[in-house]
Design a protein around this ligand. Structure first.
Ligand SMILES: Cc1cc2nc3c(=O)[nH]c(=O)nc-3n(C[C@H](O)[C@H](O)[C@H](O)COP(=O)(O)O)c2cc1C
Length: 161
């Protein structure tokens, strides 16, 4: 049977809550992504143009390190990455996650929670990261899942094994 892993990052548990429901519906394993350097409440303040996230997210080529505790994904066919939207894109550390996982031959799908942003710019961000690694990966269309009611329709559209 095809195996699915839900990998999520969540700073304030909104994405975590959805990720747990997604994992349950997909009969998937679940693991949390951690930042190498955890984000404090001050780091997350988007009203402060000098906060850590304001600086990182606006700097196009900034690299943010993920903690070195990512699971081994060798046995999984399908990988789901869940994340919040920060300044219209995923936390930049998600690019480091994609760099560090060998996504060759995997089906990849993404979802996010947001305050209202769509998934468009996040889709481009993820597709660029996959392309930069030259992975042979099928990238599904990601979605914003701000309500548990949105999960089923998104799952129905996934092209998973
Ligand atoms: C630094 C920062 C930037 C954000 N930027 C956006 C944004 O551009 N668009 C949006 O819709 N929501 C934005 N949000 C809101 C989050 O996407 C939303 O609250 C999300 O559900 C948080 O998920 P979490 O609790 O799993 O961390 C931002 C939140 C933070 C902390």
């Amino acid at each position: 049977m095809a195996k699915t892993l839900v990998l999520y990052y969540s700073a304030t548990n909104t994405t975590k809550n959805i990720a747990e429901q997604v994992a349950q519906k997909l009969n998937a394993d679940i693991a949390e992504i951690h930042a190498a350097q955890p984000y404090t409440a001050a780091d997350l303040n988007w009203h402060d143009s000098k906060s850590r996230t304001s600086i990182e997210q606006h700097q196009h080529d900034s690299r943010v390190a993920v903690k070195d505790d990512l699971p081994d994904i060798q046995d999984y066919d399908n990988i789901v990455i869940g994340h919040p939207i920060w300044w219209a894109i995923p936390p930049r550390m998600i690019a480091d996650v994609i760099d560090k996982l060998d996504l060759n031959g995997k089906n990849l799908a993404m979802f996010a929670t947001s305050g209202g942003s769509t998934y468009d710019r996040s889709q481009s961000f993820i597709e660029r990261s996959v392309r930069e690694n030259n992975y042979d990966t099928q990238v599904n269309q990601g979605a914003i899942l701000n309500s548990p009611r949105q999960i089923d329709a998104w799952i129905d559209r996934l092209n998973f094994n």
